[in-house]
Design a protein around this ligand. Structure first.
Ligand SMILES: N[C@@H](CCC(=O)N[C@@H](CS)C(=O)NCC(=O)O)C(=O)O
Length: 207
């Protein structure tokens, strides 16, 4: 049995599809649809892992790994022996790489996720949303300043940190948040031109 990526439509699992394509790793995909009303994952995902969230990576021996960052680390250890997509511990881009790999699920992106939740639950413009707006502005300025100074998240070379940051930045762009002339727009144009990104889009176009 090959590696199986359990993919929920319109979700973070995009990032792992992109990474699998960059690594040229063999995988199969199992697709899941969100509940049309509440947008949560279907119960079948919970049969694979107690949290029932995507992405999940099922290994050849049936073990299942959750958490985007953990899955990325596992895939890089296994399929990126020459460190083309993850800088070695002493490489110049290592610290930035680590920081953005974790920011993609951590502090930098929480405020953007909260905006989606506020909108979906009728809390748009609530005190919580206003508080998060300040946090979003801070995070956005941090991303823009980094990309003004560097072509990619780990520095001047593309890495897995770009794959992990991609999902939220594409979502921001869809909402009109990547203005012409911005460093974010230039980064999006650069990564959207990659063969593996286009391959990932072919997969997700069927969502
Ligand atoms: N921290 C987890 C978050 C996983 C997560 O929340 N996935 C969302 C998709 S974007 C999900 O499965 N949502 C459906 C649900 O919670 O039922 C990760 O990095 O993989």
């Amino acid at each position: 049995m090959p590696l199986i990526l359990h993919h929920l439509e319109l979700s973070r699992s995009e990032r792992i599809i992109w990474l699998l394509e960059e690594l040229n790793a063999p995988y199969e995909i199992k697709r899941y649809k969100r509940d049309p009303q509440i947008r949560l994952a279907p119960p079948e995902l919970a049969q694979k892992h107690p949290l029932g969230k995507a992405p999940l990576l099922e290994l050849e021996d049936g073990r299942v790994l959750a958490e985007t960052g953990a899955i990325a680390q596992y895939l890089l250890e296994r399929f990126d022996a020459d460190h083309a997509l993850h800088p070695t511990p002493d490489a110049p881009g290592r610290l930035k790489y680590l920081e953005w790999m974790h920011a993609s699920e951590g502090a930098v992106f929480l405020p953007f996720l909260m905006s989606t939740y506020c909108e979906a639950t009728g809390l748009k413009d609530s005190l919580l949303d206003q508080f998060m707006e300040g946090e979003r502005a801070k995070a956005f300025a941090h991303i823009e300043a980094h990309l003004k100074a560097h072509d990619y998240f780990a520095g001047e070379q593309f890495s897995a940190a770009d794959c992990l940051m991609g999902f939220q930045l594409d979502a921001i762009a869809k909402r009109g948040g990547a203005k012409d002339g911005s460093a974010l727009k230039a980064w999006l144009d650069r990564v959207h031109d990659r063969k593996a990104y286009k391959a990932m889009r072919k997969v997700t176009d069927a969502d």
